[in-house]
Structures are given as C-alpha cells and as structure tokens.
Design a protein around this ligand. Structure first.
Ligand SMILES: Nc1ncnc2c1ncn2[C@@H]1O[C@H](COP(=O)(O)OP(=O)(O)OP(=O)(O)O)[C@@H](O)[C@H]1O
Length: 263
C-alpha cells in the first residue's frame, strides 16, 4: 500500500532561525490511509514544523513531502486542523464558526449559499457526534474550554478532509475532560475514516488513540523510534489503566529520554 503521507529525508531551516540550525533534519515518516498516527518528542523538536510541512504551510529546503500521491507545493486543501487554542471567532455563533472553512475551501465555497441547509444539517450532525447537540446557537464564549475544543473538532471536519492534523488539541484541558475528548476523537476516527496525525506531549494520549507512534529527537528533529500500537479497537478507556498500557507508556518514556540527549 502506498503511504498517504510520505515525508522523505526532509531538512527544513526557518529563514529567520537565529542560529541557522535546521528545525528538522533527515526527517522521514510514512502514514497509511485511514491510520491514526501520533508524533511525540521533547519540547522544540520540530513537531509543529512537521505539521506545517505536511499541510504546505512551509516547504522543505531538502527532501520531499507527498500527500495523497501529490508532492506538496501549496497549502493542502484536503487537510483539516485543530490546535491547542480553539481560536473561535467570538462574534460568530458556534455553528457559524464551524461553517467557516466552507467559506474558504472549494467546492464548498461556491455551493454554500444555495445549499446552506444541507451544510447546517451536517454541522449539527457533527455537533451531536461530539456531544454538543443543540448548542450551535451559543457563542464560543458561552462554552467551556472542553466544549470549545469539541466545536473546533467539528470545524476541522466540516469539509470532510482526508487528512486531519491535530497539534496538541487537548493540551489545555484538565485530565478528566481530556479523557472525554480522547473518546470523542476515537469515535470520530472510527466514523469518518480520516487519516489523522496527532502531535502531543502526552504519551498516554498517543498510546490510547493511535495505531502508530513516532518519537522525534531533540532539535534538529528526526524520527528516532517508530512503534505500532496493537491494542484492539474499539478501545475502552479502561485500557489506559491496564499493565500492558503502562508498559507501552514506559517504553515511550525511555525513547523520549534518549531523544532528549540524541540530536
Ligand atoms: N517561524 C520560525 N522562525 C524561526 N525559527 C522557528 C520558527 N518556528 C519554529 N522555529 C524554531 O524551530 C524549532 C522547532 O519548532 P517547533 O515549533 O516545530 O517545535 P515543537 O516540537 O512543536 O515545539 P513544542 O513542543 O515546544 O511545541 C524551534 O527551535 C523553534 O524555535
């Protein structure tokens, strides 16, 4: 099977990097279609840079980035994104925030006005899927942090992206809310058949959600370990308290400890 995301031997230096050191060097990773991949690594190792390279917000100095069979040369339209800060527009209702990508991404942009009811129904179905049924009329500031993050997942999925990039999406939430959102994410992945790349500092999150975990070295980042996660799906939260889960997290922790040293 051809990988859906194929990052091959990529080196990237930011034009304004004061020390001239690459953010990532000889970075190679492959993610298959429909797979849930997680990227973990020490702070500043280039995880966000990897996300920008995969979505065409940055272009590598060396190496190739291929998504869905095409070399990335412009922002990737088939991608949806969610970040640690949900960044909802405060003057728009939650529903109108969710519809926002449709005002930008074709073919939805040209269809939106005439097919508004169809899109609203889709947004409402997504809201129901993430546990926010009937909350679309509220403004973001009327929602808790966890609810805003649920809504931002709907916004990332409204245009049916084939690739979903998640950059620390649950990082700002308390641990109970975070676990709830893991289950939301697990169910969305099962329902939507989307390929997901999740960047996270949380090794338990990576172990619970993903099929494959990549560990990055300290800057300049490259992949130093790749680990398949074999817990059967659908996964129950209870698995996160089982000895084999703790053993995996412990193993990953060892890779990160090594990665902090190795550059
Ligand atoms: N626009 C930029 N200009 C110059 N240097 C940058 C820029 N963006 C990131 N960097 C540098 O590149 C390196 C990698 O940054 P990146 O944000 O990708 O790391 P990260 O692993 O996501 O960090 P963290 O885990 O702290 O969120 C860092 O040393 C950072 O300072």
């Amino acid at each position: 099977m051809k990988p859906f995301v194929d990052i091959h031997d990529v080196t990237h230096v930011y034009a304004r990097a004061e020390d001239g050191l690459p953010a990532v060097r000889n970075l190679t990773l492959k993610v298959n279609e429909g797979e849930f991949a997680a990227i973990v690594g020490p702070s500043g190792c280039g995880k966000s840079t990897l996300m920008k390279l995969a979505t065409g917000l940055q272009f590598p100095r060396e190496g190739t980035v291929i998504v869905d069979g095409k070399q990335v040369g412009a922002p990737v339209k088939l991608a949806g994104m969610a970040f640690q800060n949900p960044t909802m527009l405060p003057w728009r209702t939650t529903l109108d925030n969710i519809l926002l990508p449709l005002e930008i991404v074709e073919p939805h942009r040209s269809r939106l006005r005439r097919h508004k009811a169809e899109y609203v129904a889709k947004a409402e179905a997504l809201l129901e899927q993430v546990g926010l049924k009937g909350q679309g009329h509220k403004f973001p500031w009327q929602l808790s942090g966890g609810m805003q993050q649920r809504a931002s997942l709907c916004r990332a999925l409204i245009h049916e992206p084939k690739l979903l990039m998640l950059d620390e999406p649950f990082g700002a939430l308390d641990s109970f809310t975070r676990e709830e959102l893991w289950c939301v994410m697990r169910d969305l992945h099962a329902a939507q058949k989307v390929t997901i790349i999740l960047v996270t500092h949380d090794l338990r999150e990576a172990a619970f959600l993903s099929d494959r975990i990549f560990c990055m070295s300290a800057r300049p980042g490259r992949i130093v370990a790749e680990r398949e996660v074999e817990f059967p799906r659908p996964r129950d939260l209870e698995i996160a308290y089982a000895p084999e889960f703790s053993a995996l997290v412990h193993e990953l922790r060892g890779h990160i400890a090594q990665a902090r040293k190795a550059a």
